[in-house]
Design a protein around this ligand. Structure first.
Ligand code: AMP
Ligand code: MN
Ligand code: MN
Ligand code: MN
Length: 278
């Protein structure tokens, strides 16, 4: 039987559209056997997701997607099978939350300067109790008619060189991997091909990740073409890492990132789930 693992998903605890409960139910309906919830810089959705999964035939893995700064890049590290009650993780998350709050206020100020008023308050309302992210700003700007879709908002306002861009001093790769290990989790590089890095830079990232005892890499990240799969597989092998698979599901608007819509891992790789299955 083909077991479907989806180890990268979001809920309303960060910038996903589904509550943790809805996410688990829909993952189950999509035929997923093992699901990890990996919200941005928060563990707030994990308990609800776990409770829901206990009533369904689905294995739930505690996860998180942590923001890090590597050179001038923001790199996302997924922590899998973490202990959400780990003291060092709790402290790390507290710091990230402050950084996010400061950035959100600054983004609001910068958008005011280009005649987009009150975006901070609107983004905060959309985020609710969850982590405030750039996606919430994007959602508001689309709703208010400043851009046609979220992609358009990012391109015109929220990325480097654009009026609402704010650079953040996220924790380093080293601090992040250490924190994941202190919470008994595996550190996995999220969506390695999405950082717009040259092949040389990407190898440099992998080298640094490996020398800081990083564990794995997402070889399967949503729907990829063969060339992307080959590149990610080669990196995984070259750096002797465990292989992970995740959709990066946020909502139903992105056909390439839907729950469980994932190709199987190449059989020559060692999957991350060996870690908790052994
Ligand atoms: P943040 O972690 O607050 O910087 O927000 C990053 C999130 O914004 C990502 O996890 C994506 O969900 C979303 N995002 C980033 N770039 C884009 C883009 N070009 N189009 C749509 N959403 C994006
Ligand atoms: Mn996101
Ligand atoms: Mn990410
Ligand atoms: Mn993600």
């Amino acid at each position: 039987m083909n077991l479907v693992h989806d180890l990268h998903t979001h809920s309303t605890a960060s910038d996903g559209a589904l509550t943790p409960e809805e996410l688990v139910k829909q993952a189950h309906e999509a035929g997923i056997n093992t699901l990890a919830l990996t919200d941005h810089d928060t563990v707030d959705g994990l308990n609800k997701a776990l409770v829901t999964s206990n009533n369904l035939d689905i294995i739930f893995i505690n996860g998180i997607e942590l923001s890090t700064k590597w050179l001038s890049y923001t790199v996302h590290i997924v922590g899998l099978h973490i202990n959400p009650e780990s003291e060092s993780l709790i402290q790390h998350i507290k710091h990230l939350k402050e950084l996010r709050e400061q950035r959100a206020m600054r983004i609001g100020e910068l958008l005011e300067k280009v005649n987009i008023p009150d975006a901070y308050n609107h983004a905060k309302i959309l985020a609710g109790d969850g982590t405030v992210t750039r996606s919430h700003f994007a959602q508001y700007l689309v709703e208010a008619g400043f851009a046609k879709d979220q992609k358009d908002v990012f391109k015109r306002y929220l990325v480097k060189g654009k009026p609402g861009f704010v650079s953040v001093n996220w924790p380093t790769l080293e601090e992040t991997i250490k924190c994941i290990h202190q919470s008994n989790g595996l550190a996995v590089i999220a969506h390695p091909l999405r950082y717009k890095m040259t092949a040389t830079k990407l190898r440099q990232l992998m080298t640094d990740f490996k020398s800081n005892a990083g564990d794995g890499i997402e070889v399967i990240s949503g729907q990829q073409n063969q060339e992307e799969l080959n590149r990610a597989t080669a990196l995984c092998k070259q750096f002797d890492l465990l292989a992970s698979a995740g959709s990066d599901f946020h909502n139903h608007n992105t056909p390439w990132a839907q729950l469980g819509k994932l190709n199987p891992l190449p059989s020559t790789l060692n999957p991350v789930w060996q870690y908790w299955n052994s």
